[in-house]
Design a protein around this ligand. Structure first.
Ligand code: HEM
Length: 133
């Protein structure tokens, strides 16, 4: 009896709903591009254009972070959120701009509202660790 009930209750992980490793990679690529176009935060990201190796390494960390945080098999070995953003003095408007980019890219790729809501919950939970870290 217990098994069908458990199957019934089990949900597909957020990682799978994001499209696994390749879905996460595509999102990260496009979100970083969106940050580079977003007038509120582009100054923070445009310098990475001049340093493709660093850009690639940062994207790699972002992929691992989102994959591990959404239930994927990857592990994240990068810095904590306060460490990664320390000294940047990120304000509310910048945090909102980054969040908007994440949600608009997801929307443009047709991710269901439930998936976007789950990602928003994670991003929101990290707000205090990222802002004015
Ligand atoms: C909205 C939620 C956010 C999440 C989940 C997030 C997550 C991350 C992660 C996982 C890294 C890589 C850490 C590492 O390389 O060790 C990173 C790096 C970075 N983040 Fe964020 N971030 C967020 C918001 C922001 C905002 C609002 C800004 C600035 C406006 C920002 C600017 C940066 C920059 C410039 C780096 C590169 C740091 C470096 O290369 O030293 N982030 N972020």
């Amino acid at each position: 009896m217990a098994e069908p009930l458990l199957r019934e209750l089990s949900t597909v992980s957020l990682y799978e709903r994001l499209g696994g490793a390749s879905g996460v990679r595509r999102l990260v690529d496009e979100i970083v591009e969106a940050h580079m176009r977003n007038p509120v935060i582009k100054a923070r990201f445009l310098p990475y254009r001049e340093d493709p190796e660093r850009l690639d390494a940062t994207k790699q960390q972002l992929c691992a972070f989102f994959a591990a945080g959404s239930g994927g098999p990857e592990s994240y070995t990068g810095r904590s959120m306060p460490e990664a953003h320390r000294g940047m003095n990120i304000g509310e408007a910048e945090y909102m701009a980054a969040t908007d980019d994440i949600l608009s890219v997801m929307e443009s790729h047709g991710y269901h509202a439930d998936v976007r809501k789950d990602v928003l919950a994670i991003v929101y939970a990290l707000k205090d660790e990222i802002m004015r870290a």
